[in-house]
Design a protein around this ligand. Structure first.
Ligand code: ACO
Length: 325
């Protein structure tokens, strides 16, 4: 018995923030951002939109496409680093909005690879007899945690959500293999220092701007490339598949140069790599489900395709997943 994605959906807020807009906010340029990251614009949630609102929109689309009613869901997993609250879980808020009254719900904080972690957790549950339909959502409003005075980080991130409905499947389609890994010793290189139990919010933490993302970009870059490569190769090895045999590489959209370096190291031709970073920037856990939804909408992914997902993020954690579509 396998596990297969039955429907996908995504949602991004309407407001576009272009590189030219950023030129007016910090000392940067469209040219620098484009050549260093591949990003041209990103979407920004409106003041009355939180992560659960984005997640809900993506979920509604995924459920429609999977032809699954909210009450049929056995579980809702939201993967996010930017929950509405520390508690209750964003998944509970989404459950309430959907009126998915039969679903268990919880959040997973696994940064950028969150969606891959979420799929793997869903797969585990779906291998048990009791669970039949699971909704996995990657959703972020990183614009709320970005320091809009820090040019090193504010140009990189965007808001969005992507969702997938997973079901048991008795064909040979679906999730084939995966690889999840952590390296917690390097956590300080990408961190949001305050607001948790280590550094609760005080006047001092606010004044020190500790409620914003702090990142040592060059170091993160280096580990991202090696982590993505390791995750891709181990995932393929576990499935006895060679890099040249995959149809699509769908990498986390963090930086075009990270994607390009990963692609080169794997020896995968450019036309097999899906890239949409120019439109959305780094949407963390939402980046892979947004990409997958677009690919399906555009008819790029076809039945039987071998699709390799790979991601890396704060923790550090990284992971890969191979899916036969
Ligand atoms: N505009 C203009 N100049 C800038 C900007 C900016 N927005 N940001 C940084 N610079 C400057 C720096 O201050 C530095 O100036 P200096 O040499 O005078 O000190 C110079 O540009 C070069 O800085 P580097 O850090 O060497 O630039 P790099 O080529 O590494 O690019 C970047 C920086 C884009 C952040 C890159 O390191 C990166 O993408 N790292 C990965 C980060 C990432 O993706 N994190 C997301 C979470 S993890 C993940 O999702 C993979």
């Amino acid at each position: 018995m396998g596990v297969r994605i039955k429907g996908l959906g995504f949602y991004v807020p309407g407001k576009r923030l272009t590189n030219f807009d950023l030129e007016k906010m910090v000392d940067t340029s469209d040219e620098w951002i484009r050549t260093r990251t591949g990003i041209q614009e990103r979407r920004i949630a409106s003041n009355d939109e939180a992560t659960s609102d984005l997640a809900y929109q993506a979920a509604v689309q995924a459920l429609q496409r999977a032809q699954v009613k909210p009450e049929e869901l056995d579980m809702i997993i939201v993967t996010t680093a930017t929950p509405d609250y520390l508690f209750p879980a964003t998944a509970c808020i989404v459950q309430s909005k959907l009126n998915a009254q039969n679903a268990a719900c919880f959040d997973v904080e696994a940064a950028c690879p969150g969606f891959i972690y979420g799929l793997e957790i869903a797969r585990g549950f779906l291998e048990l007899p009791r669970y039949r339909k699971v909704l996995v959502i990657g959703a972020e409003t990183l614009s709320r945690l970005v320091d809009w005075e820090d040019r090193n980080t504010c140009v990189l991130f965007g808001d969005g959500a992507g969702a997938a409905v997973l079901e048991k499947d008795n064909t040979d389609h679906g999730i084939i293999s995966s690889y999840l890994k952590g390296n917690g010793a390097l956590g300080q290189l990408l961190i949001l220092p305050a607001g948790g139990s280590r550094r609760p919010a005080t006047q001092d933490t606010v004044q020190q701007r500790e409620h914003y993302i702090k990142m040592q970009g060059r170091e993160v870059f280096k580990y991202a490339v090696t982590g993505m490569q390791e995750a891709a190769l181990k995932t393929l090895e576990r499935a006895h598949i060679k890099p040249e045999d995959i149809t699509w590489l769908v990498p986390h959209q963090a930086n075009i140069r990270i994607i390009e370096a990963t692609r080169e190291r794997l020896g995968i031709p450019e036309h097999k790599v899906y890239v949409n970073i120019a439109k959305y920037g780094n949407t963390s856990a939402a980046s892979i489900p947004i990409a997958l939804t677009e690919m399906v909408e555009e008819g790029k992914i076809k039945e039987g395709d071998l699709v390799l997902l790979v991601s890396f993020g704060a923790g550090f954690i990284y992971g890969g997943m191979l899916i036969k579509w």
